[in-house]
Design a binder for this molecule. Structure first.
Ligand SMILES: [Ca+2]
Length: 190
């Protein structure tokens, strides 16, 4: 129980709950907005596994290597193959919602598969938003898949926008500490 973590007894709970709730709501809003990240792959060529802002990109064993590469000032995740399938897992340090991503280059058939089982067929370049789809919210990972391999199969992925799911226990601890500090400084009437 969160309130046990915050060391509140029942009378304090009844008296102070409205004030704590008033603190909790803005904390959720602030915390939520600060947990949004854009993975833009920086400016250096990299091999996988590659990590940035809470996401790690991993090649599955036996699949064609994928790299972070491209123009000097704007790298992207670039995959290409002729005969070997490509399977990249994009794993979050925390559960996350995929807000959107950019497909900057594409040839042949590619799929994005969420850890909740949804499959999105990538058919053209552009910016694609996922945040309204429940199967792309609070996911553990998604996969970038080219299977079976086809001649010159290519994809460029960039600017992956994610929203990490706030941890309720951490929020309640922050709330409890903030509320406790506030109430200790508030004179009580006899
Ligand atoms: Ca980039």
């Amino acid at each position: 129980m969160p309130w046990e973590v915050a060391c509140y007894n029942e009378s304090m709970l009844r008296e102070e709950f409205p004030f704590a709730l008033a603190l909790w709501i803005p904390l959720v809003i602030v915390h939520g907005t600060t947990c949004a990240e854009t993975i833009d792959f920086g400016t250096e060529n990299q091999t996988l596994p590659y990590s940035e802002d809470g996401l790690t990109f991993i090649d599955a064993n036996g699949t064609s290597p994928v790299a972070v590469t491209g123009p000097p000032d704007d790298k992207a995740l670039i995959a290409g193959t002729n005969v070997t399938p490509i399977y990249v897992r994009v794993q979050g340090d925390l559960p996350f919602t995929l807000i959107a991503l950019d497909i900057e280059g594409l040839f042949r058939a590619w799929e994005l598969r969420s850890s909740k089982g949804d499959i999105y067929q990538v058919e053209e370049v552009g910016t694609f938003a996922f945040f309204l789809e429940p199967s792309w919210q609070e996911i553990d990972y998604f996969d970038i898949v080219h299977l079976p391999a086809q001649t010159n199969g290519t994809i460029h992925v960039d600017n992956i926008r994610v929203q990490y799911v706030p941890e309720p226990s951490a929020l309640w601890l922050i709330c409890g500490a903030a509320a406790g500090g506030l109430f200790r400084r508030t004179p009580r009437r006899a």
